[in-house]
Design a protein around this ligand. Sequence first.
Ligand SMILES: *Cc1c(COP(=O)(O)O)cnc(C)c1O
Length: 435
Amino acid sequence: MHHFSYVGQKLQCEGVELSAIAALHGTPTYVYSAQTIADNYRRLAASLSGLDLRICYAMKANSTLAIVRHFANLGAAFDLVSGGELQRVIAAGGRAQDSVFAGVGKTDAEIRRGLEASVYSFHVESEPELERINHIAGQLGRIAPIAIRINPDVDAQTHAKITTGKSENKFGIPLKFAAEAYAAAAKFPHLRIRGVQMHIGSQLTQVGPFVEAVKKVLPFVLELKRLYGIEYFSVGGGIGIVYQDALASGSAGWWDAKPAGERPLTPEIYGSALKPLLAPLGLRILLEPGRFLVGNAGVLVSRVEYVKRGQGKTFLILDAAMNDLVRPAMYEAYHELVPVVRDTARPALKADIVGPVCESGDCFAKDRVMQEVGEGELVAFMSAGAYGYTMASRYNTRAMPAEVLVSGNRFELVNARESFDSMVAGEKIPGFLQR
Ligand SMILES: *Cc1c(COP(=O)(O)O)cnc(C)c1O
């Protein structure tokens, strides 16, 4: 369930009108609902209650300090993929000691930083990485806790750019070589085998691939418990969200807008399918959800700059662009676009929704049908809380957008729109170009 809905004509986030936020902080601006995040977190945790469960929020989905703090307050740990994300956890008051450090290309400096912060475990993706972590742990006089990411070779049936559990992906170690990798890890004096990890992809909308992957690795997990006394099994993240009709489904409650028999995936379906498989292991279970926790908790508010009527086509030109929200350009992703002020008396408009960036790819949607909106009016992209701001860039020297967090009737700017001065702060004109 999310907390974006029309109250009268006006679209609100919890108790706050989006138009009030835009009036104060301008556009484009990401707006997040604290209550939606809390609901998602608690609902997922409840679906696996009874297990020794630790939710490590995959913060690459949204790593803004206020969001990280909110998760820390809810009791979450973190799944982090860079030294920068580790610094964010620490800066936001999150528990690095309960968090896991993932990623295929950890540098020496990142490994060192992870060890110094006493992360719960490193999720290792190759044998050279085992060697590297062992070496650095030795230098620091520490023992590095590790788990190896195994690649179960299942098809997550999602977009090619976000599937990770097939053998042709760069991620993890294929199941058939995993025993060898663990045997190698066991020989390194500065490593401690703490667990095992997998993650098969993102935006999964069916429970089947999760079940298939868990079933496939279960015998191996038990073998690891027997051989090395591992204490946890991380089943990764990847639970998908609703992008189509996101606004309407949210008011009824997430996937719940569909009749019970047609719901492809809910936390309850996920939990009840996985719990019977995971409970008998007697291990701590880690989840690494990103998108599920924050995706439907954020919108991107934008203003219509121009309505351009071309030959047989209308273009809605927004002040948001692919640099602010890259998912449509990068993954052909769908985001529902809704007017911030609803007016059912207006006719429908069919338009290509585009941004001002000088690229044909700067297109959010083709031939989208929505309520007619005019120059200067506000629109909102739904389900933009995950992989929105974190994937934004400054392409075309466009400032990073602002971010606002709403809680009940309160809202606060949690990340100011970037200024030109901060954009160019690291730049200089070299002496040999001075005149
Ligand atoms: C990206 C990632 C996640 C989170 O994926 P979501 O689809 O956002 O849940 C979890 N674990 C690992 C290892 C990842 O790379």
